[in-house]
Design a protein around this ligand. Structure first.
Ligand code: TYM
Length: 348
C-alpha cells in the first residue's frame, strides 16, 4: 500500500500520518445519485489528502429487517460501488463493519456514557419511528448513532465525509468523544463532518421537499447508480416540476432547484450559468439535456460495477485486506479505551 493508512507519527524521521477519514454506507437498497453526490465523490476526493477508511455498515443495516440473501447482495453492491466510484484500495481501507468486532464493542462502551435524551432527539430516529414513542420501537434503531460514533472514533478520524442528513450524528459523535475525554483523559480525536457545498442534500424527484432516499416508497423518487440509460431518462422526464415554465432556481422552485443542483454538481458548472442557457426554453428541453448529463456521468462507473460483479474475487480480496488493516488500528484504540476505563488486560 502506498501511503499506508496506519502510519503513526514517529520521532525517527518518518512523516507524521496524514489526517484520517472514516465514512460508511448502509447496505439497505439501491444506491442513488444522492449517495454519489453527497458522499461517494467526497470519499474519492479525500484520498488525495487523507488516509481513508470506507466501510459497508452492515450492522447498522440490520436495524431494519432484510432477507439474508438480500443483505448479502446489498453488502457486496456497496463494496463494488465504492470501488467503481474510484475508491482506491491501494490507498484506502475498504471494509465491512461486521468483520471488525471492535465496532460493536466500542459501541457498548460508548452506551455507558450516552444519554437517552440526546438519542431521542436524533431526527433520523424520529423520522424512522414516527417520533420514537412506540412500545415496539427497536433498541437497535435507537442506539444506531452510538454505533456510528464507535465507527468513527475507533480510527482516530479527523474528518467524516457525509451528506447533510448525517450531520447531527457526527455532532453526537463529537459530544461523546469530548465527554469520554473529559471523564477518562484524552483518548479520542474529535471529528469534523465534511459536507459538500454543492450537493449536501439531493432531494427526491417525486417530492423535492424530502431527501432522495433508497427507502422511498416509489422508484421515481431516486436515480439508482445502476439504472440503465432509458430508465434514467424516463425518471427525469417524470420528475415533478414547479408551476410556471422558467428553468431557474429559487425558493418558489424547489423541484427546479433540485434538478439544477444535480446538473451543476455533475458538470461543475454554476447553477446560474446553466439557468441562463435555458432562458426562453421550457422544462422539457432542460430535462432531456439533464438526462444526457446523468447518463454520461454514470456510464463509466456502471461499466466498472459490471466488471466487478462478474468476478467478485477481487472485491473479496480487497475486503479481506481491509478488515486486517482496520482491525489493527481498531484493536489499538480499544486497548487504550480499556486501559483508560480500568479494565484488566487479558493475561497473555
Ligand atoms: P446512508 O447509507 O443512508 O447514506 C450513505 C451516504 O450518502 C449520503 N446521502 C445523501 N447525500 C445527499 N443527498 C441525499 N439525498 C443523500 N442520501 C444519502 C449520506 O449522508 C451518507 O453520507 N448512518 C449512515 C452510515 C454510517 C456512517 C458511519 C457514516 C454508519 N456509520 C460513520 C459516516 C460515518 C447512513 O445511514 O448513511
Amino acid at each position: 500500500m502506498s501511503g499506508p493508512v496506519d502510519t503513526p507519527a514517529s520521532s525517527q524521521g518518518k512523516p507524521a500520518r496524514r489526517p484520517r477519514v472514516f465514512s460508511g454506507t448502509q447496505p439497505t437498497g439501491a444506491l442513488h445519485l444522492g449517495n454519489y453526490l453527497g458522499a461517494f465523490r467526497g470519499y474519492v476526493a479525500m484520498q488525495e489528502t487523507h488516509d481513508c477508511v470506507y466501510c459497508v455498515v452492515d450492522l447498522h443495516a440490520i436495524t431494519v429487517r432484510q432477507p439474508r440473501a438480500v443483505l448479502r447482495r446489498n453488502t457486496m453492491d456497496v463494496a463494488n460501488m465504492f470501488l467503481a466510484c474510484g475508491v482506491d484500495p491501494e490507498r484506502s481501507i475498504v471494509m465491512v463493519q461486521s468483520h471488525v468486532p471492535q465496532h460493536s464493542e466500542l459501541a457498548w462502551i460508548l452506551n455507558t456514557i450516552a444519554y437517552m435524551g440526546e438519542l431521542r432527539r436524533m431526527t433520523q430516529f424520529k423520522d424512522k419511528t414516527g417520533g420514537g414513542e412506540g412500545e415496539s420501537v427497536g433498541v437497535g434503531l435507537f442506539d444506531y448513532p452510538v454505533l456510528m460514533a464507535a465507527d468513527i472514533l475507533l480510527y482516530g478520524s479527523d474528518a467524516v465525509p457525509v451528506g447533510e442528513d448525517q450531520k447531527q450524528h457526527v455532532e453526537l459523535t463529537r459530544d461523546l468523544a469530548e465527554r469520554f475525554n473529559n471523564a477518562f483523559g484524552k483518548t479520542f480525536v474529535v471529528p469534523e463532518p465534511v459536507i459538500p457545498v454543492d450537493a449536501a442534500r439531493i432531494m427526491g424527484l417525486d417530492d423535492p421537499t424530502k431527501k432522495m432516499s433508497k427507502s422511498a416508497g416509489s422508484e421515481y423518487n431516486y436515480i439508482a447508480l445502476t439504472d440503465p440509460p432509458d430508465v434514467i431518462r424516463r425518471k427525469i422526464r417524470r420528475a415533478v416540476t414547479d408551476s410556471g415554465t422558467e428553468v431557474r432556481p429559487g425558493p418558489d422552485k424547489p423541484a427546479l432547484t433540485n434538478l439544477l443542483t444535480i446538473y451543476s454538481a455533475l458538470t461543475r458548472e454554476p447553477v446560474e450559468t446553466i439557468a441562463e442557457r435555458y432562458v426562453g426554453k421550457g422544462y422539457a428541453e432542460f430535462k432531456s439535456d439533464l438526462g444526457d448529463v446523468v447518463v454520461e456521468a454514470l456510464a463509466p462507473l456502471q461499466a466498472r460495477v459490471r466488471e466487478l460483479e462478474a468476478d467478485e474475487t477481487y472485491t473479496l480480496g480487497v475486503l479481506k485486506r481491509g478488515a486486517e488493516l482496520a482491525e489493527s488500528i481498531a484493536a489499538r484504540t480499544l486497548a487504550k479505551v480499556h486501559e483508560r476505563l480500568g479494565l484488566v488486560p487479558r493475561p497473555r
